[in-house]
Design a protein around this ligand. Structure first.
Ligand code: HEM
Length: 139
């Protein structure tokens, strides 16, 4: 699957990303990179010590977000992505750390370039919402 026009329709993105196993591999790489690359030190330091919980939560969330089964809701209940980050001071720098780390993780996946570009563009929307809501709470 490399036709960018299909992404976002039904479960096309979920299937192109390799289903649940593919998304879990993406999220494991995302957190491995965040833990080891000093460029992402700030946002990594905000995570709980047991990073496996964060891996599970993000992998389950992205599964439903890409049009697959709603695994996050099944286990953890309803979530608002901006609301879940309101306690964090996500400036432009931290927003860009998150997106940069995701771009690095995508580059490790056997995905067509069209899917990587689609995902980074699509994830920029909730990332910007996280930033906006986080800053709205602060003086
Ligand atoms: C904009 C930059 C972002 C930063 C700096 C960031 C950082 C974090 C941190 C530090 C946590 C752990 C919070 C805690 O345990 O106290 C977290 C949790 C989480 N993040 Fe993000 N995040 C960002 C964007 C996103 C985006 C765009 C998504 C989804 C598309 C996302 C999905 C999640 C999920 C599902 C959790 C688990 C929430 C929960 O169950 O409590 N994050 N994030």
């Amino acid at each position: 699957m490399s036709d960018a026009a299909n992404y976002g329709e039904g479960d096309a993105t979920f299937q192109a990303a390799g289903g649940e196993a593919g998304i879990r591999a993406l999220v494991e790489d995302f957190y491995d990179i965040m833990a080891s690359n000093p460029a992402y030190r700030t946002i990594f330091s905000w995570h709980p010590e047991d990073i496996s919980i964060s891996v599970d939560k993000l992998a389950r969330f992205l599964c439903g977000w890409m049009g697959g089964p709603r695994r996050y809701t099944e286990k953890y209940g309803r979530i608002s992505i901006p609301g879940a980050h309101q306690h964090l001071n996500v400036t432009v720098a931290e927003r860009d750390q998150w997106l940069g780390c995701m771009r690095d993780a995508l580059d490790r996946q056997p995905y067509p370039e069209s899917l990587k570009t689609y995902l980074i563009d699509a994830l920029s929307v909730p990332a910007q919402a996280v930033h906006r809501v986080s800053q709205a709470q602060r003086p």
